[in-house]
Design a protein around this ligand. Structure first.
Ligand code: PRX
Length: 645
């Protein structure tokens, strides 16, 4: 068995691509036939990038969980939907069949209903990587509530900001989460986030670590009690049912917060039908998933990669998705490979940062690992350097597994530019060709298409997309204008990705990284303005500027220049204070790698910080700093150069 929309040869790719561009409506209508609809669409696509207003499958009615679960029950009911590998390799593995997953999702949907959650309500989910996280996400989708999953590494303050922005009234969390040797007290973080909060009506707490937690009467309830009560409500004579809410194609499915170039994260909104079609289509085609295979995406469900390629894409395709609670380096750097062997994983999908970090441990952790079950390898989140690509190819894929380099963003819902495993050609470091439906264009600062090649025969420019694909962002929650100015206003009639790219003579793309003030640290997006805001919260800090610099493992590291107004006797201690502040305001993921104390920052006469100069110094370039004549006080540059870390 395969999928009717699966592309199996280079010729088919070219045909599909041509059709998708020439007649997108009939192309996507035929792909959409694979899915289960309560009612089919009146119009496949309606759009303009001016407002923007984008509607896919207008008038259609569906529930994504009927596509993820119900329709698989007859054929795949006893097949594993989720294989769960715990943090501790000695703990019990859990295999959740489609039937079991359906039951748990129905049961938790009933819990949500019992607690007052209705269609359109926002539910914040802050949990570790356990099957209950999947149940919670899918249960929201089942009753039409909008989930907003927050990565377990974010601080109480970040959560409070997100709760406020989404006007969320419900939270699902755990007492704690295991990650490697750590036990993260999630409920305590939630309690801190809720100080002064008057909107939250209910917090549902799952027990994972047995960490002591404060349970507030009238607000906090135990997951286990609620589930027990709900079981009797959904199960009668061995038949499980909880009717899925009928959703409009364009009803919001979820909000996921991501960083931009301003200080405030934005809530990217995806809707039901287009996101479903896009994640399933790209999952099957990029990885060339064959039914029965085990797919292992190492991302956390707190990021979009986990949403699209642990949950929605694989489950809609009836796949077996492996979910891992721990981290690649614990208890040792052979953990991922041990998991591959243990569960006979066929597809592994991870970030270049993870590959680089594992490379650093040498080949010892690979001793005794077979890895022969692997068929396809994938990367996501950041550019992959050729050295890491070849290590992955030689030592993990043993040169027999195609590697897909998938370029995409939270805003795109799923992969946009990527080779299709074993079907279209790969090129180390290159994401290669656009997926059908995706029309990339490289433009200069004025939005004019770049046509002149550089000395290597490559086109170079800012990466934009000309027309909508089904998984495109629809709005930023509560602020549509922000969506327009962020993505659709830089260049007329184009979606601007914020990335720079090269294009070669074969039409292959190589994404070079962000051209805005967003950094990519270990495959996670962090806005420099956000980190600066956090540093500036520290009492002694007058001003700061954060830039990226090349980091061997993380891809980019954070370099902070800080003006500090107290005669700090102990630089090291002050650095620690600043790091503690950033951890409190955003979370540990945003902690700068380097903090340099400076007397002043290089500013133009109009007061704008010249980041170009700071970037160069952070990168180690101290000679060719370019034109510094427009600086208010060029002497600060020497001071900064001399104090470079
Ligand atoms: O700069 C690009 C980089 O990650 C950014 C998107 O980050 P986020 O929304 O967190 O989503 C990450 C997972 C999809 C992009 O703007 N990026 C992502 N994939 C690649 C990449 N850069 C180069 N190559 C990739 N394959």
């Amino acid at each position: 068995m395969s999928y009717p929309f699966q592309i199996k040869s280079l010729g088919q790719y070219h045909d599909a691509y041509k059709k998708s561009v020439e007649d997108p409506e009939s192309y996507w209508a035929s792909v959409a036939e694979y899915f289960q609809w309560r009612k089919t669409w009146d119009k496949v696509l309606e759009w303009n990038f001016k407002e923007p207003k984008i509607e896919w499958f207008r008038g259609a009615k569906l529930n994504i969980t009927e596509n993820c679960l119900d329709r698989h029950l007859a054929d795949l009911g006893d097949k594993p939907a989720i294989i769960w590998e715990p943090n501790d390799p000695g703990d019990k593995i859990r295999v959740v069949t489609y039937k079991r997953l359906h039951k748990r999702v129905c049961q938790f949907a009933q819990v949500l209903k019992n607690n007052g959650v209705k269609k359109g309500d926002r539910v914040c989910i802050y949990m570790g990587m356990i099957p209950e996280l999947a149940y919670a996400v899918l249960a929201c989708a089942r009753i039409g509530a909008i989930h907003s999953v927050i990565f377990g590494g974010f601080s109480a303050q970040s959560i409070a900001d997100r709760l406020d922005d989404a006007k969320a009234e419900y939270i699902v969390t755990c007492d704690g989460a295991y990650r490697g040797s750590k036990d993260i007290p999630l409920k305590t973080v939630i309690d801190d986030a809720l100080i002064g909060n008057k909107i939250i009506k209910r917090v549902i707490v799952y027990t994972r670590t047995r960490t002591p937690v404060s349970m507030i009467k009238g607000r906090d309830v135990w997951w286990e009690d609620e589930m027990e009560h709900a079981e009797a409500q959904i199960e009668k004579d061995d038949i499980v049912s909880f009717p899925a809410e009928e959703m409009d194609a364009e009803d919001p499915l979820f909000i996921l917060y991501t960083s931009g170039s301003t200080g405030k994260p934005k809530g990217v909104v995806h809707t039901c039908a287009g996101y479903m079609v896009w994640t399933t289509y790209t999952f099957v085609n990029v990885f060339q998933y064959d039914p029965g295979q085990v797919h292992f995406c190492t991302a956390d469900i707190g990021w979009v990669t986990g949403h699209s390629y642990i949950l929605y894409g694989p489950l809609c395709a009836g796949a077996t998705s492996l979910m891992f609670e721990g981290i690649p380096t614990w208890p040792d750097a052979g953990r991922l490979w041990e998991i591959v062997d243990k569960h006979k994983v066929n597809i592994i999908y991870t970030a270049p940062t993870a590959i680089r970090s594992l490379m650093g441990f040498g080949l010892d952790p690979l001793k005794g690992k077979d890895l022969s079950s692997l068929k396809t390898l994938g990367t996501v989140g950041e550019p992959i350097n050729e050295e890491a690509w070849h290590w992955y190819d030689d030592h993990i894929g043993k040169r027999k597994c195609p590697i897909v380099d998938t370029w995409w963003q939270t805003e795109t819902g799923g992969a946009l530019i990527s080779n299709l495993a074993g079907v279209t050609p790969a090129k180390p470091g290159w994401a290669t060709l656009p997926i059908p439906g995706v029309q990339p264009v490289l433009v200069d600062e004025n939005g004019k298409e770049v046509t002149e090649k550089d000395e290597h025969g490559l086109l170079k420019g800012n990466l934009c997309i000309k027309a909508p694909w089904p998984g495109i962002i629809r709005t930023t929650y509560g602020d549509h204008e922000r969506c327009r100015t962020n993505y659709f206003a830089t260049y007329e009639n184009l979606y601007f990705t914020g990335d720079g790219a090269y294009k070669d003579e074969n039409g292959f793309y190589r994404i070079t990284g962000r051209v805005d003030d967003v950094l990519n640290v270990s495959g996670h997006r962090i806005g420099t303005a956000e980190v600066e805001n956090a540093i500036n919260m520290h009492a002694g800090v007058v001003e700061s500027a954060v830039v990226g610099y090349p980091h061997e493992i993380k891809g980019q590291g954070l370099y902070a220049y800080v003006i500090y107004n107290r005669p700090h006797v102990d630089d090291e201690l002050t650095r620690k204070d600043i790091l503690a502040t950033v951890t409190r305001i955003i979370g540990a993921i945003a902690r700068p790698d380097k903090i340099q104390f400076v007397q002043g920052l290089p500013k133009t006469r109009s007061g704008k910080i010249m980041r170009r100069i700071l970037r160069k110094i952070a990168e180690g370039e101290t000679k060719n700093l370019g034109d510094t004549s427009t600086l208010l006080d060029p002497a600060v540059v020497d001071d900064i150069k001399n104090g470079r870390l």
